[in-house]
Write a protein that binds this ligand. Structure first.
Ligand SMILES: [Cu+2]
Ligand SMILES: [Zn+2]
Length: 171
């Protein structure tokens, strides 16, 4: 199913942020070499159209797993789709960040699925207080190499991601 339709409200009121170019330079400086295997770190600051705010820390270990940890506040309670989009351009909100980061040309899915976009990180859950604590470990969002997510966008959607079951359509 490769429908290109998207519910426009999936794309409004989103928060997103970026591992921007200028931040990249810092990130490179933050690279630490542990023997021959580098640990790479990055930070994304989240700011939304409303008063959604947060920061996310990315740490890629020597085993290639990237850990994403942080806290996002000001969200509507419940599930929010959480993705890496292909482009770091947020000048036109979520629309200019392109589709889900998908270097392997797969279909949309859940993070645990074999068939998924690299950028498919599922949902984060905000509590009644509007706070989502994020703690994710994933192999498909490296901070270095050919499929690096540096310079792309982190998007927190207003709506849930159905994880490829067809209820919502994501690019
Ligand atoms: Cu998305
Ligand atoms: Zn996707």
């Amino acid at each position: 199913m490769k429908t290109k339709n998207q519910k426009t409200d999936n794309w409004t009121k989103n928060t997103r942020n970026i591992l921007s170019k200028s931040e990249n330079t810092q990130k490179q400086k933050m690279e630490q070499t542990v023997g021959a295997k580098p640990t790479v770190k990055a930070v994304a600051l989240i700011s939304g159209d409303t008063n959604v705010r947060g920061s996310l820390h990315f740490v890629q270990g020597p085993n290639g797993v990237t850990h994403v940890k942080g806290k996002i506040t000001g969200l509507k309670p419940g599930l929010h789709g959480f993705h890496i989009h292909a482009l770091g351009d947020t000048t036109n909100g979520c629309n200019s960040t392109g589709p889900h980061f998908n270097p392997l040309k797969k279909n949309h899915g859940a993070p645990s699925h074999n068939e998924r976009h690299a950028g498919d990180l599922g949902n984060i859950i905000a509590g009644a207080d509007g706070v989502a604590e994020v703690s994710i470990a994933d192999r498909q969002i490296p901070l270095s190499g050919q499929h690096s997510i540096l310079g792309r966008a982190v998007v927190v959607h207003a709506d849930p991601d159905d994880l490829g079951q067809g209820k919502f359509l994501f690019l």
